[in-house]
Design a protein around this ligand. Structure first.
Ligand code: EPU
Length: 417
């Protein structure tokens, strides 16, 4: 069992370079199988979610070569096979094989995906989209058989602007006959990254990044190249680390616009932050103002940064209110923060954070990826030793988190026992 051990209270100084976005990469890799040729993806993060997708691709017959942060995938010998439950359950993004295999072979047999336990996370909108394109869906327990004689373009309205459903429907529709229009689509930058990649392979997609995406079906997708965009959630996590413990901490390889909902909040809290073209510099502030935050789809405040942000609000002068509107079970970090000295009350979808409070090191558990990131930040801030268990959740989504933090002055180690 791996644990993270942090001796807190150390100043963070120097530079952290942000890796490729997990939530883009985990869609780009399955999207690559729509190609009948060879695709290259640059800036792939070295995280265990990518290893799990790699395993599925190789199981389907793709030849995958990974070197540094490049991934070259040869799809010429791909076969459509049922993806075993053990592989599908390793991560959420295995659901992108639904859209990709359906789009390519008009048939897919797959199990319900895995991923962090942060709410019910249904996939009804993905299935609604496939059905609208003409697919027949048979659900047996947690296994799905999705099949179509022909996929035909259609107008699909998403009741909720779901990132996963938007991408999955795009994947299924790129080779459908005629025009597909996704209305009330999600607008996250990761969706633009996937659409650009598909267009590079020969697809005809317009409007990605807006709430109406139009996909004109094509017969064939060929070779393609793309670069994974910088991870705005990883960036946001380290920006918060800088606000907690930074002394002119530089966060580089970022797209500042992608984290504007965070940086504007930090400015509201009076945190000193200087933003440049592709980097920013941040220092801690001893007199932070409390704020109200409500999570929303992009460009609103990202749900994935809600848990990391909570640690910062613990140190603010007064009561902050944070409302989680996307997932119903994303407060599993709170009892641990309270054990460490925070004063946070959970009231349904809202939390009230009474500050300023001091944190002290404890033995705690990472229940999911972003809860884990929150606890790492708490450990950096706290007096004394923090030990975080079940850190596999964290390693799924943060490339080299230990080295990146150690390099800027944190006293942090990964213990394997
Ligand atoms: N929803 C439905 N039906 C659906 C799909 C979604 O009701 O068919 C609801 C969800 O229950 C949720 C909301 O719609 O309340 C939004 O969910 P969305 O589909 O956008 O989430 P997702 O695609 O499953 C991705 C990221 C998440 C991130 C969300 C929101 C991946 C693999 N996951 O999930 O990332 O929180 O978008 O931005 O891209 C993480 O990185 O820690 C993480 C959980």
């Amino acid at each position: 069992m791996k644990k993270i051990k942090i001796n807190g209270g150390k100043e963070l100084k120097g530079t952290i370079k942000i890796s490729g976005a997990k939530n883009s990469a985990v869609a780009l890799v399955p999207a690559s199988l729509l190609s009948d040729g060879i695709v290259t993806i640059d800036n792939i993060p070295d995280i265990s979610d990518i290893d799990a997708l790699n395993e599925i691709l190789e199981f389907l017959g793709a030849k995958v070569k990974r070197e540094n942060d490049w991934m070259i995938i040869d799809q010429t010998n791909l076969k459509n096979k049922e993806i075993p439950e053990s592989k599908a359950k390793k991560l959420r993004a295995s659901y992108y094989f639904m859209g990709a295999l359906l789009g390519k072979y008009k048939k897919v047999e797959i199990y319900f995906p895995g991923g962090c336990s942060i709410g019910a996370r249904p996939i009804n909108l993905h299935l609604k989209g496939f059905a609208a394109l003409g697919a027949n869906i048979v659900e047996k327990g947690n296994k799905y058989l999705i099949e179509a004689d022909e996929l035909k373009g259609n107008n699909i309205y998403l009741d909720v602007p779901s990132v996963g459903a938007t991408i999955n429907i795009m994947l299924a529709a790129v080779k459908a006959q005629g025009l597909t229009v996704i209305e009330n689509a999600a607008k996250e930058p990761e969706i633009v990254n996937v659409a650009t990649f598909l267009n590079n392979m020969g697809a005809k997609i317009t409007g990605a990044g807006t709430s109406e995406i139009r996909i004109k079906g094509v017969n064939k997708l060929g070779n393609g190249f793309t670069e994974v965009i910088p991870d705005r959630i990883e960036a946001g996590t380290y920006v918060i680390a800088g606000a907690l413990m930074g002394n002119k901490l530089k966060i580089e390889n970022i797209i500042p616009e992608h984290i504007e909902s965070l940086t504007l909040k930090l400015k509201e809290m009076h945190i000193p932050i200087e933003i440049y073209d592709d980097y920013l510099i941040i220092s801690k502030c001893n007199n932070m103002k409390p704020v109200s935050i409500k999570t929303q789809g992009y460009p609103g405040f990202a749900t994935d940064l809600q848990q990391p942000m909570t640690v910062l609000l613990v140190g603010a002068n007064g009561t902050s209110v944070l409302e989680e509107t996307i997932y119903e079970n994303r407060f599993q970090n709170i009892p641990f923060l309270n054990e460490m000295g925070a004063d946070i009350i959970i009231d349904s979808r809202k939390i009230y954070i009474k500050g300023p409070k001091k944190l002290s090191g404890k033995e705690i558990i990472a229940t999911d990826l972003r809860a884990g990131a929150c606890l790492v930040l708490a450990g950096l801030k706290a007096d004394g030793i923090t030990i975080i268990k079940e850190v596999e959740h964290i390693l799924r989504g943060y490339e080299n988190i230990i080295e990146k933090l150690k390099n800027v002055g944190a006293d942090i180690v990964l213990v394997d026992e």
